[in-house]
Design a protein around this ligand. Sequence first.
Ligand code: SF4
Length: 405
Amino acid sequence: MSPLMPADTLPASAGALLVTPRAGARDVRPGLAGVDPNALAAWMLERGEAAYRARQVADFLWGRGAVSFEEMRTLPAALRDGLVAAFRADTLVETTVLPADAGLTEKALHRLDDGRLVESVLMRYPARDGLRERNTVCISSQAGCAVGCPFCATGELGFLRDLETAEIVDQVRFWRRRLTPLGARVTNVVFMGMGEPLLNVEPVLAAAAALSDPRRFGLGARHITLSTSGVVPGMERLTALRPQYTLAVSLHAARPALRDVLVPLNRRYPVDAVVAAATAYADATGRRISYEVVLIDGINDTDRDAAEMARLLRGRLAHVNLIPMNPVAHTPWRPSPPERLAAFADALRASGLATTIRRNRGLEIGAACGQLAADQAAAPTPAAVGRRRERLERESAAALAGGGA
Ligand code: SF4
């Protein structure tokens, strides 16, 4: 029998509509991909094993992408038994993959040891116009999310639990195993899946360190993007470390009252403080901040919103990425039409801000984060959906009616 501990029983956030299944018990053995190499070396030493055994295990895990200790054939059987008792070679119990965009996008729904579901997405960009092929993996850092952005299926699930370091890293290892037989590799990792990375900051930083460590996954730090909806203490923690990761800040609105509606949990951090913390990161690292803006028809895509955003970001080391809202159930809103996106982008560019419009990938498989996991949850009642829509309409109308705010 596996050593087990009680499930994380944190409740879903009060605003959550979807009824998620109860989690099962969790396996107490840490995932090997989250174990620091020095800790693994110390573990070997304690057992009287030679130091090179830790390097051998690391080679199986990182070099060959092993997902079981049985694959580590050159290790003595007794050592393999010891490893099985102490660690998990892979923390993803079961994965379902759905393809989209003629195979250029694939979405994975991973089941964890306690039954929680998290998602990751592979987006392939073939080489063209002198640009090399890119294979970007978008990963989750939490099951569910407490921030509650109303245009996001994960936000609707509410917070379920933090992922441990290996559960984050193993999503990337999964895609690497899938790409290797195709002669391709993971070139970029973005922490933009389920969850708010900087509310699970230490496992996320440890995962990014494992991914960027040349002795482990070996991806350049500049090919890793950490995202946040504006958790200022987490941004300050990151700035103190001065890594070369790209920081993406989900801004969504420059007007405080509107941002409060769109990023509910982070209303505790004023938008000026969020931009100041991001600017401090840019100053400390020399890295341009990527501001992400999900545009919603008639809500945050007006000329006034573009002007306010230009005023807020003008002159900063910034790039703005405009994203049409992914159509998720249970909101009264629609994505901004293409001409609005273009007008918004033009207004920002006119003030000197580098601005791009992101095309949504994999709409037919629900590639917006949380959509597949939400599909597995029990549907809310029509009355609950109605109340949610009414509340969003009321709050957004109040925010839009507010003067300078
Ligand atoms: S958009 Fe990100 S921060 Fe907002 S609820 Fe969804 S997962 Fe959480």
